[in-house]
Design a protein around this ligand. Sequence first.
Ligand SMILES: CC(C)(COP(=O)(O)OP(=O)(O)OC[C@H]1O[C@@H](n2cnc3c(N)ncnc32)[C@H](O)[C@@H]1OP(=O)(O)O)[C@@H](O)C(=O)NCCC(=O)NCCS
Length: 175
Amino acid sequence: MIDIDNYSYIETSRLYLKYVNIDNAQDMFEYCNDEETVFYLDFDRHLTLNDTINSIKSYFMLSPFGKYGIFIKDNDKMIGTIDIRLNNNEYSNLGWVINKNYRNKGYCSEALLGLISFYSSKLNIRELYAIHEVSNIASERVMDKANFIKLNKFFKKEVKKNERTMCIHKLQIKK
Ligand SMILES: CC(C)(COP(=O)(O)OP(=O)(O)OC[C@H]1O[C@@H](n2cnc3c(N)ncnc32)[C@H](O)[C@@H]1OP(=O)(O)O)[C@@H](O)C(=O)NCCC(=O)NCCS
């Protein structure tokens, strides 16, 4: 049986990952309110801070295992989130988003590597899958940098009433 308290905090060189709570609503609203940021995500743009608070309560706080805010150590700002869903299959174990003011600094990759290393040291994980929309080059690059292999397997997924083409990547952890 997993004690979720043992999974509540993960540290990397510039960041820490921590379960999300209501105190983080303003930082999360900053990027969830941005249409461009949520384009590839499967939820609609948050119009009010209350939308963000509701999402934190219903998604993050109700079952926090595997769902983390990404915080910069230097200023405790929450710049995004990263999720690992271990009961999933090749249609994605992982998800992430970074506030656009903090992109292309390696933060998502650092968070992902920290998360994978932490979980694979504690649990018997053989492989992980991640998916991205084919046009989402930044997300694909994050997968590349974490040594995921592109399977060249594609499938269609409806995101916000539009059909999108997704590509599957796999990371082999144990043979
Ligand atoms: C995907 C996302 C989380 C990446 O966050 P990030 O912190 O910028 O990621 P990193 O800095 O670790 O890596 C991004 C890489 O993509 C590259 N990149 C970004 N935009 C690119 C583009 N248009 N073309 C080519 N490369 C691009 C960056 O140069 C960087 O690679 P490098 O380190 O080799 O230079 C961020 O872009 C985001 O939040 N996007 C919107 C939400 C989203 O798409 N979530 C994923 C759904 S599958």
